[in-house]
Design a protein around this ligand. Structure first.
Ligand code: MTE
Ligand code: MO
Length: 576
């Protein structure tokens, strides 16, 4: 509309975030976003651009935001930038000394050891040798998956960080971080966070193009989270549903059983099953989980403020984040500022679009509503280190990659393909006591041992929903033969064949385990005639429900490359 006025940039600059009447520009257009900010819960995002161009932000948002957002912005158009302030390309001139607004300028610095996929926003994963070296990932090595910039919360003001809780009846409660810490029972849970895009690059290599960040096997990490239980906070806020009446007293282990008495007036209340908990971060990222997940008396959905004994690092949600153990990490909303219990899922594209799985043939413009959002995670595993040959293995030990290797006092028993499962080797019976065919076999096996190359392999395995990893199968010959890896327990010591420990392991299977299991394997690569050749090393895991991984990526291929969980394969060339 040419009848609209033109504004000098100097005037636009005055309409900053503090002005009470914020404006932004896009190209040569000027928008008054005052009403937008008032109407949108995530309106403070756009406020970051107030007085300036929204285009640098737009570049970030177009990754995810639908064109309809632009249409909304167009309704706030009030005019154009004065011709005197436009360059020859029709873009607002940036005055000397006026830096182009960088939304990421206040992002924290990251550990140099992280493998960076994108800098702005930051997406980075630990490199394989460090990935599963420790049971709990050091905070500075924990993978980072940001959709936007890192919100700035001043250390001095963190205690006053506000969490808004809105209930289905419209009631709103506010908690400061300080209140959450002091008024609620603290809870600790060791849990993996894993992005649905973990190992996406494996699927791409095996099948073809996938959309999204091409993660290696490092979009997963494990930490001890500390915070308060979401269900305690919801109870305190006064949430009631037809089949769930909370005990008000904080510290109670479980909510009271459903009551059917008239006096509870339960008829007017919504059913738990029909509700969702929407979680929104300070930079407007949002997602949701079904309410029953939050209320599960065995559940451990946390509002976390600490990670591995330290305040949350900024990249991981400082000062408050949700942690939904066993679920896709996209639900563990960082920089948490708002919770809404609603009769619908979060309307964000991170809930309704990005984290869904279509069939291998369903590309193009899929019907987004056809399938549910990814919530509980399936099983996966990965190889994080392979060392071939005595020398390399010795070096790996020195470098600490195999520090928690099961102690071995004597060489592996003959007849066991690797001996890696036994720390106390049984003595092999004397060759002369055996039938001839077996003695022959032992001889040839011995020869193979001499002509083959030792290999050490490390990795992790994880399953969602609290299902514990019970077994990891490893093949060093492309899947012709298999052996079992040694699972390391949480105290970083290896299980061994000791009867009592095996029993302990089995008993433990009844419980829920939200952590990963790291594993170690030691075997031998057999070349034909003792000659070395490329070998394919494969790992696949089994969980307590006997779920296992698909053999190939073809069958689970999806255009977004989500949940790339097929057997993990690494080819090693032993000819050098
Ligand atoms: N929360 C906010 N506020 N913003 C985000 O971009 N990314 C989500 C989730 N929570 C995200 C978020 C996704 S997709 C993942 S995989 C995890 O955070 C990553 O958590 P991490 O960076 O602590 O590893
Ligand atoms: Mo993610």
């Amino acid at each position: 509309d040419p009848s609209l006025p033109r504004f000098r940039l100097a005037d636009v600059r005055k309409h900053d975030a503090k002005s009470g009447s914020p404006w932004v520009t896009s190209g040569d257009k000027v928008y008054d976003i005052t009403d937008w900010v008032a109407a949108h819960p995530g309106g403070d995002v756009i406020l970051r651009a107030a007085g300036h161009s929204i285009d640098p932000y737009w570049a970030i948002f177009t990754i995810h935001k639908a064109p309809h957002v632009r249409e909304i912005l167009d309704t706030y158009l009030i005019g154009f930038v004065d011709l005197a302030d436009l360059d020859t390309a029709g873009q607002p001139k940036i005055a000397a000394g006026e830096a182009l607004e960088d939304p990421f300028a206040s992002d924290p610095t990251r550990d140099a050891r992280l493998v960076v996929l994108t800098q702005k926003p930051c997406n980075a994963e630990p490199a394989p040798p460090q990935l599963a070296r420790d049971f709990t990932t050091p905070n500075e090595l924990f993978y980072v998956r940001n959709h936007m910039w890192v919100p700035v919360v001043d250390r001095a003001e963190a205690d006053q960080h506000r969490l808004t809780v809105e209930l289905p009846d419209g009631d709103v409660r506010e908690y400061t971080l300080d209140e959450l810490r002091s008024r609620f029972r603290r809870h600790r849970v060791t849990a993996v966070l894993q992005c649905s895009g973990n190992r996406r690059s494996d699927m791409t290599k095996a099948v073809g193009k996938t959309n999204g960040l091409q993660w290696g096997a490092g979009a997963i990490s494990n930490a001890v989270w500390e915070g308060v239980l979401l269900r305690d906070v919801l109870a305190d806020a006064g949430l009631q549903t037809a089949d769930w009446q909370p005990r008000r007293a904080i510290g109670s282990e479980a909510p009271s059983p459903p009551t059917t008495t008239e006096s509870n007036d339960g008829d007017d209340l919504p059913e738990t099953d029909s509700l969702h908990v929407q979680l929104t971060g300070m930079e407007a990222y949002a997602a949701s989980i079904p309410l029953p997940v939050a209320l599960d008396p065995r559940g451990e959905v946390l509002l976390a403020f600490a990670m591995n004994g330290e305040p949350l690092p900024r990249d991981h949600g400082y000062p408050l984040r949700a942690v939904v153990p066993g679920f896709v990490a996209a639900r563990s909303v960082k920089w948490l500022s708002r919770i809404v219990v609603s009769d619908e899922e979060s309307t964000s594209q991170w809930q309704r679009r990005d984290y869904k799985l279509f069939g291998p043939n369903e590309g193009g413009a899929p019907n987004w509503d056809r399938y549910p959002a990814i919530q509980e995670m399936p099983i996966t595993s990965a190889i994080t280190g392979v060392w071939v040959g005595e020398k390399a293995i010795r070096q790996a030990r020195k470098q600490g990659h195999l520090v928690d290797w099961p102690p071995r006092s004597s060489p592996p028993a003959m007849g066991s393909s690797s001996g890696s499962n036994s720390s106390s080797s049984r003595a092999a019976p004397g060759v002369r006591d055996l039938p001839a065919w077996q003695a022959d076999w032992m001889e040839s096996h011995k020869k193979q041992q001499q002509t083959s190359t030792p290999v050490a392999v490390t990795g992790y395995a994880y399953s969602g929903g609290g299902r514990e990893i019970v077994r990891v199968d490893v093949s060093v010959d492309g899947g012709r033969t298999w052996d079992q890896a040694v699972l390391l327990d949480q105290k970083e010591k290896a299980y061994d064949d000791d009867e009592a420990k095996v029993k302990k392991n089995i008993v433990a299977r009844g419980r829920r385990d939200f952590a990963w299991k790291r594993w170690r394997y030691e075997g031998r690569l057999l070349g034909s005639d003792g000659a070395s050749s490329p070998s394919e090393i494969i790992a696949k895991a089994v969980d307590s429900a006997y779920n296992t991984q698909p053999e190939r990526h073809d069958g689970i291929y999806n255009v977004r490359g989500n949940l790339a969980t097929a057997w993990h394969r690494v080819t090693v060339d032993t000819s050098s």
